[in-house]
Structures are given as structure tokens and as C-alpha cells.
Ligand binder design. Structure first.
Ligand SMILES: [Zn+2]
Length: 268
């Protein structure tokens, strides 16, 4: 596998997994779930990016716990899930490709040797073979649903590390949003109704055009109702935590769906 300037910029070969993972593509729910940081696969040609296994299991590589939550939630709600199998260290699927952190040279305090000094061709191969197929598929699914007049509410699933750069984060869960004024307040209300939760309102992250891709490009540009959700990783670190959070969120999204129908923001 040649990745230098010899003109061969192929990245994924037959032993590499496909970037896009889907579940329930015929699901009947109006909610469409995405998981940009679902997986931590690395194309064989990139080796280990120069990092030890211990780093490749940390939050810098993926959203720990979100895979289990996403599958269980999609099944509970009969919703379509579209997820990215490759690590955000290969290319971050929730960053505009022109952003300096699209292919991070440093994440939190970890230097990524395999991301140093990349040529434009190599960076474009990561975009063309990992980032683009994922976002093309999300676009295709949304366009197909809109053509068939299937109601579509975009929910981007993420998880966050309990301690970042030495600071402990108090929230159990957060909503993240920018322009949609319809869905995020309903999600905040549903989460805040659970007395045991500390709920972040655009915490620990807020959405912006500079730092995000999925919500601005797929949700806001099409005026879909949309929100992101961030779950703290220590709460979904094992099967029972993942199941508990999928149950919680399925109940909340079920109530939100009823409310949206009542308010005629979804067809009766
Ligand atoms: Zn994430």
C-alpha cells in the first residue's frame, strides 16, 4: 500500500471495513440517528497512527459507549441509524474538512505521529474514502425520505469524557444545537424532568459552523428539526449503562414525538 507521493492515494482495501454502518434502514420512526464518532477502526495502511493501543482506546479516538446506546435506541424506536466506523483520529466526521482539526495533529494532549506532515493527496484520500461516503449516505437517506414525504428529525449522538484537560465536567448529559428552536427545548425539558440528572444546555459543547459538520450541513441547511446529544462516558461504560441510557432516551424521544404530533410539527 503506497501512501506517499507516488500518485497512489488509495486508502481502503478489501480487508478494511466499510466506513458506513447502518441499522434499521427501513425504520418507521421520524428520528434519524447519526453517530459521527461511533467507531475506532483505522485503515490497515495507516497502521496504528504511531500510537499505543492504550491511546487508541481513549476518548480521543472515538465516542466511548455511544455504539451500544445508538443500536439499542434505534431498535427501541424503530429508527434508522447511520454511523461512522473509522476513528476521528483518521478524519473527524463532525469537522468541516477545511478545519485544522479535521485530521488532528494533536488531540487533548496527545500528539498523533501518523497525522504529522500529511500531503494534500493523503489528506484528500482520507476525506474521499472515509468522510465523504459517510456524509453522502446521510444526504442520500435524508433526500430519499424528503422525496417520499417521510417526516425526518435529525439527532446526532455523541459522548464526552468526564474529565477534559484536568477539569471535571458536572453534566450527565447535554443537548447541543445552534439554529433549531423547536427540538432542543423539548429535549431539554424531557431530560430536566428526570430529577437525577445534571443537564447541560449547549454544554459541554455548542454547535457552530466552524467546529461542526453534521448538524449544520444535514440538519440546518435543510431546515430539519435537529439536535445533538452528548452523554458522559462513565455512565455508558458497560452494557447495563448503555441499556439504561437507551431506555431513558427512548422514553424521552417517544414523548417528544407525541408532543410534535400534538403541535402538528409532525403529521398526525
Ligand atoms: Zn462525538
Amino acid at each position: 500500500m503506497v501512501l506517499d507521493g507516488a500518485g497512489d492515494t488509495s486508502l481502503l482495501v478489501k480487508d478494511d471495513v466499510a466506513p458506513v454502518l447502518e441499522e434499521n434502514s427501513t425504520g418507521r420512526s421520524p428520528f434519524l440517528f447519526t453517530a459521527d464518532h461511533y467507531g475506532r477502526a483505522i485503515p490497515g495502511a495507516l497502521g496504528d497512527l504511531g500510537l499505543p493501543e492504550s491511546e487508541l482506546k481513549r476518548h480521543i479516538a472515538w465516542d466511548i459507549g455511544i455504539a451500544g446506546v445508538a443500536h439499542a435506541l434505534a431498535r427501541h424506536l424503530d429508527a434508522h441509524l447511520i454511523a461512522q466506523r473509522y476513528s476521528r483520529l483518521v478524519i473527524d466526521c463532525n469537522r468541516p474538512p477545511q478545519s485544522p482539526s479535521s485530521i488532528p495533529r494533536i488531540s487533548e494532549t496527545t500528539v498523533i505521529p501518523g497525522n504529522e506532515g500529511l500531503t494534500r493527496e493523503v489528506a484528500e484520500a482520507r476525506r474521499g474514502q472515509v468522510f465523504d461516503p459517510y456524509h453522502r449516505r446521510i444526504a442520500e437517506v435524508i433526500e430519499g425520505r424528503l422525496q417520499k414525504k417521510i417526516p425526518t428529525v435529525l439527532v446526532s449522538l455523541h459522548s464526552f469524557t468526564p474529565v477534559y484537560a484536568g477539569l471535571a465536567r458536572p453534566w450527565h448529559v447535554g443537548t447541543l444545537y445552534q439554529r433549531d428552536t423547536r427540538l432542543p427545548p423539548l429535549l431539554l425539558k424531557g431530560l430536566r424532568a428526570q430529577a437525577d440528572l445534571v443537564v447541560g444546555d449547549n454544554e459541554p459543547y455548542a454547535v457552530s459552523d466552524e467546529t461542526d459538520y453534521t448538524i449544520p450541513v444535514h440538519g440546518e441547511a435543510r431546515s430539519l428539526m435537529n439536535t445533538g446529544i452528548e452523554i458522559r462516558q462513565d455512565l455508558i461504560a458497560d452494557d447495563s449503562g448503555e441499556r439504561e441510557w437507551a431506555d431513558r432516551l427512548a422514553n424521552i424521544f417517544g414523548e417528544i414525538e407525541m408532543e410534535l404530533r400534538k403541535q402538528q410539527m409532525l403529521p398526525g
